[in-house]
Write a protein that binds this ligand. Structure first.
Ligand code: GCU
Length: 598
């Protein structure tokens, strides 16, 4: 029997897979800039929504084993790999992996998404970006086995430049997403909502000309004209055609490709009862007058301002009749549908409310588009929530970039009137420095809106001593008199301790889990919750300097830190239960408050 000699290939084994921890961290150093590419006003060249192969990877074997290098070709006779993408289960994008499989319900860690896309030849005069509207925690993108980009801020949009990685024909896209809670992140590792994981919002490929429109921002000036800024991707003087409704102007950028103009149009103003939107087109023209790039949007023009201690929409004083909501659905987690969002707006209107606080992090961009259409104001927020590493430059930078990404995404939305830079943070020097940095960044990028934050109330001596109150335009306060502590009668004293700025109550309320139909309703009954609101409103109606209120909150929501027998993993302070179908007794209490004359 002739010995079949094995061919003499030198056996190899990748010990780096076992030993080299740097493989887990090396791509997570330089996050992509929030303004690398802004997909606003553009339609996707290729949507990447749909089924992706997916697996969770709690031990980060994929980064250790460099699985992302896999091009799908057979690796000859090296040992069988610990993965085979094409045989993995598939999951739909966008979605939250927690709602996909019981085994993933509470999973926190890394997960891999793999799919192949077919594209034609990418013209030399174009660039290609993969844009994500929202993933959880950290994200690394690989294209055809090459590292394309890293992002470290969950829930805000980001894009990676894939121009040099794409090829004509079949392209393998591999995305690593890790929703592990981290103390140096924003939010930190402890918060009162569910830590959903995954690619939970739209993903799309955008192929655009090298010379293109980078960003645009239109707003109403103090003298009722339209201010417009447009930035072109390359320096130089460029011609732009700007169309607002039926009016068109040919304008020129400065030498840096930047246009800063005041257009001689007195627009019909957007308001709550008349949410008027203009169709806007910005075209970049070449020297022959041909359009080489264009963006389209529908924008409302309104002004939000403060006089004395009150808020004005256009020139009308308004009381901010708010309600807060989380991006949390029993079946869909953070990946709400348009119907879910329309229901939020319908419940808001049914309450008689005119403003929604999108707590405590950026919600899907569709929410602000719908609020524009239906005439609802929005408070938008980044999760500078409770304790963060306020002295950590990495954390400060993450918060600054998160706020910038949110502003760049929604600054053309008329509905968005307030940027919130924090919620219930301890008043320390480091935190104050942190907040000033964020506030300066906001004022530098968007001076047209109000800055607020949920400041701390000193519940023992009924004052607002929080130094953040000096940084913001509107002082907001969370107080739970009647639930976490007694003493509703001290609220007027607290409010009057803020003399020179509008003051709002950004959270108040109580939990409710059942109806008791009894003489002396106990805590957790809907009757008790309704009475807490009734008592609050009795006191609040005497507070002349109160500029707004936000009952906490519209719907019950999931929170793994809520574990008593009434809560069962749910924060039950909603005016409506988590199914969105059962209105609690307090719903009518709040509606009575909002349908009175203010
Ligand atoms: C806090 C916090 C909320 C939380 C609420 C509550 O004020 O800001 O995120 O859910 O209280 O205790 O229900």
């Amino acid at each position: 029997m002739s010995m079949q000699h094995e061919s003499k290939t030198t056996p190899t084994f990748d010990y780096g897979y076992l030993h080299d921890h740097s493989r887990v961290t090396r791509f997570r150093e330089t996050p992509v800039a929030p303004d690398l590419f802004l997909p606003h006003g553009r339609s996707t060249t290729l949507s990447l929504e749909g089924r992706w192969h997916f697996a969770i990877d709690p031990f980060n074997s994929g980064l250790r084993g460099e699985w992302y290098r896999d091009q799908g070709e057979s690796e000859g006779d090296v040992g069988p790999p610990d993965y085979d993408f094409d045989n993995w289960d598939t999951i739909s994008v966008p979605s939250c992996w927690n709602t996909y499989h019981d085994a993933y319900a509470y999973y926190e860690g890394a997960g891999w998404y793999v799919r192949t896309i077919e594209i034609g030849p990418v013209e030399g005069s174009t660039r290609a970006f993969l844009s994500f509207e929202g993933t959880s925690g950290e994200t690394i993108v690989f294209v055809n086995g090459e590292f394309a980009g890293y992002h470290d801020n969950g829930g805000v949009p980001f894009s990676v430049n894939v121009t040099s990685h794409l090829r004509s024909g079949s392209n393998r896209i591999i995305v690593w997403v890790d929703n592990s809670r981290r103390s140096d992140a924003v939010p930190g590792d402890f918060f009162d909502w569910f830590n959903y994981g995954g690619i939970f919002r739209h993903v799309g490929l955008y192929i655009i000309p090298n010379l293109s429109i980078h960003s645009y921002f239109f707003s109403l000036t103090d003298d009722d004209r339209v201010a417009g800024t447009v930035d072109v991707s390359e320096a130089g003087v460029h011609q732009l055609r700007v169309t607002i409704g039926a009016d068109t102007w040919i304008l020129e950028t400065d030498n840096n490709g930047h246009l800063d103009s005041k257009l001689p149009i007195k627009p019909h103003q957007w308001s709550l009862y008349d949410p008027y939107l203009y169709d806007i087109t910005v075209e970049l023209m070449d020297s022959d007058g041909n359009t080489v790039d264009a963006v389209r949007d529908s924008i409302g023009f309104r002004r939000i301002s403060i006089k004395d201690t009150h808020v004005y929409l256009n020139d009308q004083r308004i009381f901010v009749k708010g309600v807060a909501v989380h991006e949390d659905h029993p079946e869909r987690g953070r990946t709400l549908t348009t119907e879910d969002r329309l229901k939020i707006i319908a419940h808001c209107k049914e309450l008689g409310a005119n403003t929604i606080r999108l707590a405590h992090y950026p919600h899907d961009p569709e929410m602000s588009r719908l609020a524009d259409q239906y005439g609802v104001l929005l408070w938008e927020e980044i999760p500078v929530y409770w304790h963060l590493q306020f002295n950590n430059e990495v954390t400060i930078d993450r918060a600054r970039r998160q706020m910038q990404a949110l502003i760049l995404r929604d600054r053309n939305r008329a509905s968005v009137v307030m940027w919130s830079i924090g919620n219930e943070n301890p008043d320390s020097d480091g935190r104050l420095r942190f907040m000033k940095t964020i506030a300066d960044g906001v004022r530098g990028t968007d001076p047209t809106r109000l800055i607020t934050a949920a400041c701390l109330v000193d519940v023992s001596d009924f004052t607002v001593t929080d130094r953040l109150a000096d940084v913001v335009d509107v002082v907001s306060l969370n107080q739970y008199y009647g639930w976490y502590y007694p003493g509703i009668d001290s609220v007027p004293e607290i409010l009057s301790s803020v003399a020179d700025k509008p003051v709002m109550i950004s959270e108040f309320g109580a939990g409710a889990d059942f109806v008791c139909n009894c003489a002396d309703p106990p805590k957790w009954s809907e009757e008790y919750q309704a009475r807490v609101y009734a008592d609050q409103f009795t006191v609040l109606k005497e507070c002349d300097n109160l500029a707004g209120t936000f009952p906490w909150l519209l719907y019950d929501f999931a929170s793994p830190r809520r574990l008593n027998s009434h809560q069962r993993g749910i924060n039950r302070k909603g005016l409506v239960d988590r199914s969105r179908d059962h209105k609690k007794l307090a719903f009518d209490e709040v509606r009575r408050w909002y349908t009175q004359e203010f």
